[in-house]
Ligand binder design. Structure first.
Ligand SMILES: [Fe+2]
Length: 381
């Protein structure tokens, strides 16, 4: 059975959100220390009604853990808010989802909307039903997947992304592109997720390089913010695939930022999925269809798929991103030492469940090696 769900109401720009926030009297804000100490949390506090009370929970760190969630839940239960607002990148939004999820088991939250306000254009967490919480004592990451994790509102205000530095714009923008491309070719894709993924790819194609080169271009920034949300809704419904599985494993073990890991791996994974090195697969036709959306289609499916792969490489190059795992800073000895563990973790990753082309441990290992040594057909790209 095919299905598609989008529960979150999306508010574009800060105006409509400000009116809604003014009606609330007890505002619980989940963010991180940087947002709090840099004063950027004033985006919210300046919009509150004069008689409103607020509490800021800013203990969220990257890869939020169980202790953070437990502390957040007890503060919500004590404060009794009438709205919970998450402000920040993927980590504060992921943490807030888990905090709201568990707080709702102890405190009536029916009339307490949950608002997610992303400050980077990448994760799509504001419209996804996923959250990942880490148990540091066991060294384990627990994925939470539940419809109730979906925020009630997502606020997409490009003004908040203006100060994101170019390197982060590149990493997060390529994460958006990977979300859209993987959602488009994965096993659970349908007409609804395709529409979102196609639009996200077109927006990234048109606007990412501008957002990278001109951080103050709010038209490009808003387009990338919208693309991130569209791609988030696509993959939240359809799923992802091999590139994300390999990037998750590489991020955990080699500590390469998530979007950068995806950007390095994506061309190799696309080539594998399409069968560019051997016999073309049905996934090649999907890449060719996406290439056609961007005006890169030809009468040859192989060439169209290659054009899309080359586009990914060109965008990375134009944004001066590392083009291999080696260029991302991992030494050869460290890479070889962690290759088997990364391969095992990638195969066990939940994103493998929707990847379009079956994959063995040998194939994953070979793809990591290609991406490390820039081997194979794409060494010159
Ligand atoms: Fe991602």
């Amino acid at each position: 059975m095919e299905r598609f769900q989008l529960r979150t109401e999306i508010l574009i720009g800060g105006d409509g959100f400000g009116a809604m926030l003014k009606e609330r009297k007890r505002v619980f804000i989940v963010t991180d220390k940087f947002m709090h100490e840099s004063g950027r949390v004033s985006y919210l506090t300046d919009r509150l009604a004069p008689d409103a009370q607020h509490r800021i929970f800013s203990d969220v760190t990257p890869d939020p853990d169980i202790d953070t969630v437990t502390a957040g839940v007890s503060q919500i239960v004590e404060f009794q808010p009438d709205v919970v607002v998450a402000l920040g990148g993927g980590s504060p939004i992921d943490a807030a989802k888990a905090i709201v999820f568990f707080a709702a088991k102890q405190f009536k939250m029916e009339n307490c909307p949950f608002v997610a306000i992303p400050t980077t254009s990448g994760t799509g967490s504001e419209v996804s039903k996923f959250s990942v919480i880490t148990d540091r004592s066991k060294g384990v990451k627990y994925p939470l997947i539940d419809e109730s994790l979906l925020p009630d509102y997502a606020v997409l205000d490009a003004e908040l992304t203006r100060s994101v530095p170019p390197g982060v714009t590149a990493d997060t923008g390529m994460d958006v592109l990977t979300h859209a491309i993987e959602a488009y070719v994965c096993t659970e894709a349908n007409d609804f997720t395709d529409a979102l993924a196609e639009k996200a790819v077109r927006l990234v194609h048109q606007h990412l390089l501008t957002a990278y080169a001109n951080p103050d271009d709010l038209t490009a920034r808003q387009a990338m913010h919208n693309a991130s949300c569209l791609a988030g809704a696509a993959f939240s419904n359809a799923g992802l695939g091999l590139c994300h599985s390999m990037a998750h494993a590489m991020g955990a073990q080699a500590h390469i930022p998530h979007g950068r890991a995806n950007a390095i791996l994506l061309p190799y994974v696309m080539s594998y999925n399409a069968g560019c090195e051997s016999t073309l697969t049905p996934t090649a036709e999907r890449y060719a269809a996406l290439a056609a959306q961007l005006g890169l289609g030809t009468s040859s499916i192989r060439q169209s798929a290659l054009n899309l792969i080359h586009l990914v490489r060109r965008m990375e190059s134009r944004m001066k991103m590392p083009m291999s795992i080696r260029e991302a800073g991992l030494s050869e000895s460290d890479f070889e030492a962690m290759l088997d563990n990364m391969t095992e973790a990638a195969l066990a990753d939940r994103c493998m469940g929707t990847t379009p082309v079956p994959c063995t441990a040998d194939a994953v290992r070979a793809l990591y090696r290609q991406a490390y040594y820039k081997a194979g057909r794409y060494r010159s790209l």
